[in-house]
Design a protein around this ligand. Structure first.
Ligand code: AHR
Length: 674
C-alpha cells in the first residue's frame, strides 16, 4: 500500500536548509488509552473544605481541637461567669466520631448570639436560595432561634426563624421544618435515639456579600444542644452528590478527564499514622465521619500555615466515586501503604501488623465493585449507588519509597492479586528528584508491577529538555503513570512560583513526549488541582478560586487542549527521521482520531519568534486551529480570568496545503479531516 505522508514544512530564513515535518498516517505507533489525561485531586490549598465542598460554615460541629475556632459568642465566653451560656459538651465516650456539641443555656432574656466567620468570610449571592440546617436537642422549651446572614458591615441580608422543633420536645407541630434528612445528610439512627432532630429552612439573601457572617440569635429563655450547623448554596454542581461548588466542578468536567486520582497526595500518608486518610471513616452519615487535621495545616514547603485547616470529610470516598461516575472518568483511589509521610515522621507499621491496611484495600474493591449482595457492596447500595463503580485502578501509597515500601507493597499485591487479578495496581517511586529513584524503578520492574507512578515538579527548562525522556524507556516493562507534574516558574517549594504562560508551554512541550510514548505512558495528571487565592500552601495549581469565583490557568487550558484532542492512535511525526523535540524551538506530536477520521497535530512554540509551517499533501476540506498564546510571564487572575485562553478558528483548505502560523509563545492544535 502506498504510504501516505503529510509534509509539514517549516518556513525558515533562506540561508537555512528547508526542513520538513513528516506525519506518517499509516504507522500506528501506539494506542492512546481513554485514561491518558486525567485529574489529581487533593484537599490542599482548601481544595475540599472551603473549596469544592460547598459548605459555608467552618467548624460546623465544634469538633476542631479548639471547639470555638471560627465562632464568636455573645456574651463572650471570656467574660467572667458567663461561659455557662455557651458550653461545649464532649461526648467522646458515647460518640467518638462526632464527640463535641454546643449547649446553649439562656436563663434570662438578653442578647445571646453565635456567629460563624465561614472560610475567610461567608459569601452569598443575591436572590439565591441557601439551605440552613442544624441538629438540635431540646432540654428546656422557650428559646427561639433566628438565623441571619449579615454582610461585612453587620447589616442583615437574609434571616429566618427556626422555631418548629423548639416548640415541642417531640418535634415540629405545624410548619414541617423538622426532618430526618437535609441537604447535607440525615440524623444517624444513633443520633435520633438520643433525641437529636434536624431543624432546616432556607434563606434567600437580598444582597450579595463576600465577607459576611452566619449568625444564630437565641431569643427568650431555654436550654438546647446544637450540632452540625450548616449553610449550603442550592446552585451546587448538578451531579449526584449535590454538595459541590458548581463553578469548580464544572471546570473539571470541562476538561473531559480520563481519570481522577484521589484523595491525594500527602494527605493519604498523614503527618503520622493517626492522621493518615482512612476511606472507611469518610463515608456514611456525616456525624460518623470523624474530623481530622489536614496535613497541609502547617504550611508544607511554603510555610504558609493555616491553623484552621481540618478535614470534615463532607467530601469522602462516596462523593469522589460519584463525581468520577458523573464525569464518566475512571476512579483512581490511593491508599495508605503502612507508612506515614517520609518527609516527616515516616512512621512504619510493623510488617506483621499490616492486616488492617491490606483489608482496607480488599474492602474498598468490594465497596466499589461488589454486587449489592456483598457486605461492602451493600453498604454502597445503601448509600445510594446500587450499581458498581467498576473501579479498575488502585494506588498503593503516595510518594513512598525504600525497602520498607517494597516490603509492604508485596503484602498488598499478594492479597489483592489473588482475589482481584484484574485490578491494576499503581506503585510509587517516591518524589522526584529522588536519589532512590533508580533503586525503586529497578525493584518495581523486577516485581513486574502493573504501573509505576512518577512525579515531576520542575522548571520550564527541565520540561523542555526532557520531552524525549520516555523515547528510550523499556517498552516491555510496567506502564508509566505520571501521577503528579507541574512546571514551577522558579523552583519547587518557592512561594513566588506562578502559573505563567511559559510554564504552560513547557508542560505542553513535555506532553508531546508523553503522547508520543503513549504505549508506555498511559496516564498523566497535573498537580495540584485547586488553590484558594488567599489560603494556599502550594503554588502553582491548575485552578485558582476565591469564595465567589474561579479561574483557569494557562496550564489548565493546555490540559484541556490535550484531553479534548486525545485521539485514538499515535502516528509518527518526525523531522529528518527524529522526533520533534526542540529542533528550531518547536515541539510537536501527532495523533489520529479513528472514530472522527481526523488528524490532530500539536505544535508548541515557546520561543519569542513567529514561525510559519505548512501541512502539505492534503486533499482539501476543513480544518480547525485552536491556539493558546500569550506573553511568557502572563498569568490569569480573579480580575483577569481569561487574559490567556485558547481561541478556535475554522480554516478551509484551498489547495492541498494548510499554512499554519505558530505565534511566538504559543501552543497550537490542528484538527483536519483525513
Ligand atoms: O501536589 C502537592 C504534593 O506534592 C502532593 O501532596 C505530594 O504527593 C507531592 O509531594
Amino acid at each position: 500500500m502506498k504510504r501516505l505522508l503529510l509534509i509539514l514544512s517549516l518556513a525558515l530564513p533562506l540561508f537555512v536548509t528547508a526542513q520538513n515535518y513528516i506525519v506518517d498516517l499509516n504507522t500506528v505507533k501506539a494506542k492512546i488509552q481513554p485514561t491518558m489525561w486525567g485529574l489529581f485531586f487533593e484537599d490542599i490549598n482548601r481544595g475540599a473544605d472551603g473549596g469544592m465542598y460547598a459548605e459555608l460554615v467552618k467548624n460546623r460541629s465544634f469538633d476542631f481541637p479548639d471547639a470555638f475556632m471560627g465562632w464568636k459568642t455573645v456574651p463572650s465566653r471570656q467574660s467572667y461567669g458567663r461561659n455557662e451560656v455557651f458550653q461545649i459538651i464532649n461526648n467522646a465516650a458515647v460518640n467518638p466520631n462526632n464527640p463535641k456539641y454546643l449547649q446553649v443555656t439562656a436563663e434570662r432574656p438578653e442578647n445571646v448570639l453565635l456567629q460563624n466567620e465561614g472560610f475567610g468570610g461567608v459569601t452569598v449571592k443575591k436572590g439565591l436560595e441557601y439551605k440552613v440546617s442544624l441538629l438540635v436537642r431540646l432540654h428546656v422549651e422557650g428559646l427561639k432561634v433566628k438565623v441571619e446572614i449579615v454582610n461585612s458591615k453587620g447589616s442583615v441580608v437574609g434571616s429566618e426563624i427556626l422555631r418548629g422543633a423548639l416548640d415541642d420536645k417531640n418535634g415540629a407541630r405545624d410548619d414541617g421544618r423538622v426532618s430526618e434528612r437535609t441537604s447535607i445528610g440525615r440524623v444517624s439512627s444513633e443520633g435520633a435515639r438520643h433525641g437529636w432532630k434536624i431543624l432546616e429552612s432556607t434563606i434567600t439573601p437580598s444582597d450579595t456579600t463576600v465577607n459576611g457572617k452566619l449568625v444564630l440569635r437565641f431569643e427568650g429563655t431555654g436550654k438546647l444542644d446544637i450540632d452540625r450547623i450548616s449553610l449550603m448554596p442550592t446552585d451546587t454542581w448538578k451531579g449526584a452528590a449535590k454538595n459541590m461548588r458548581a463553578d469548580l466542578v464544572q471546570k473539571l468536567a470541562d476538561i473531559k478527564p480520563g481519570f481522577m486520582r484521589f484523595p491525594g497526595g500527602c494527605i493519604v500518608e498523614g503527618d503520622d499514622l493517626t492522621t493518615r486518610y482512612q476511606w472507611k471513616k469518610t463515608i456514611g452519615p456525616l456525624e460518623e465521619r470523624k474530623l481530622i487535621s489536614n496535613q497541609w495545616k502547617d504550611g508544607g514547603a511554603s510555610g504558609r500555615a493555616m491553623p484552621d485547616y481540618y478535614q470534615s470529610y463532607g467530601l469522602g470516598f462516596m462523593e469522589y466515586f460519584q463525581l468520577c461516575a458523573d464525569m464518566k472518568c475512571e476512579p483512581m483511589p490511593i491508599l495508605n501503604c503502612g507508612l506515614s509521610c517520609q518527609f516527616g515522621a515516616g512512621e512504619v507499621v510493623a510488617a506483621d501488623q499490616m492486616d488492617e491496611y491490606v483489608q482496607d484495600a480488599l474492602d474498598l474493591i468490594e465497596f466499589a465493585n461488589g454486587p449489592a449482595a456483598t457486605g461492602w457492596g451493600k453498604k454502597r447500595a445503601e448509600l445510594g449507588h446500587p450499581e458498581p463503580f467498576n473501579m479498575k485502578l488502585l494506588g498503593i501509597g503516595n510518594e513512598n519509597w525504600g525497602p520498607q515500601y517494597v516490603e509492604r507493597l508485596e503484602l498488598f499485591t499478594k492479597a489483592i492479586k489473588s482475589r482481584y487479578p484484574s485490578i491494576q495496581l499503581i506503585t510509587s517511586t517516591g518524589y522526584t528528584p529522588n536519589p532512590q529513584f533508580k533503586y525503586m524503578d529497578s525493584v518495581l520492574r523486577k516485581m513486574k508491577v502493573d504501573i509505576i507512578d512518577e512525579h515531576y515538579y520542575q522548571t520550564p527548562n527541565w520540561f523542555l529538555m526532557n520531552a524525549g525522556k520516555y523515547d528510550n524507556y523499556d517498552r516491555k516493562g510496567p506502564k508509566i503513570f505520571i501521577g503528579e507534574y507541574a512546571c514551577h516558574s522558579i523552583r519547587i517549594g518557592n512561594s513566588g512560583n506562578k502559573n505563567t504562560m511559559l510554564c504552560a508551554l513547557a508542560e505542553a512541550a513535555w506532553m508531546t513526549g508523553l503522547e508520543r510514548n503513549a504505549d508506555i505512558v498511559t496516564m498523566a495528571a497535573y498537580a495540584p488541582l485547586f488553590a484558594h487565592v488567599k489560603d494556599w500552601q502550594w503554588t502553582p495549581n491548575l485552578i485558582w478560586f476565591d469564595n465567589k469565583s474561579s479561574y483557569a490557568t494557562p496550564s489548565y487550558y493546555v490540559q484541556q487542549m490535550y484531553a479534548m484532542n486525545k485521539g485514538t492512535d499515535v502516528v509518527p511525526m518526525t523531522l529528518n527521521g527524529e522526533s520533534i523535540a526542540g529542533q528550531d524551538s518547536v515541539w510537536a506530536s501527532a495523533v489520529v482520531d479513528k472514530v472522527k477520521r481526523e488528524l490532530i497535530v500539536k505544535l508548541v512554540n515557546p520561543s519569542g519568534t513567529a514561525k510559519v509551517k505548512s501541512i502539505a499533501g492534503l486533499k482539501g476540506g476543513k480544518a480547525s486551529l485552536t491556539v493558546l498564546k500569550g506573553k511568557p510571564d502572563e498569568v490569569n487572575s480573579i480580575e483577569m480570568p481569561e487574559l490567556v485562553k485558547p481561541v478556535t478558528a475554522a480554516v478551509t483548505l484551498k489547495g492541498k496545503e494548510l499554512k499554519v502560523d505558530l505565534a511566538p509563545h504559543s501552543f497550537t492544535v490542528v484538527r483536519l479531516k483525513i
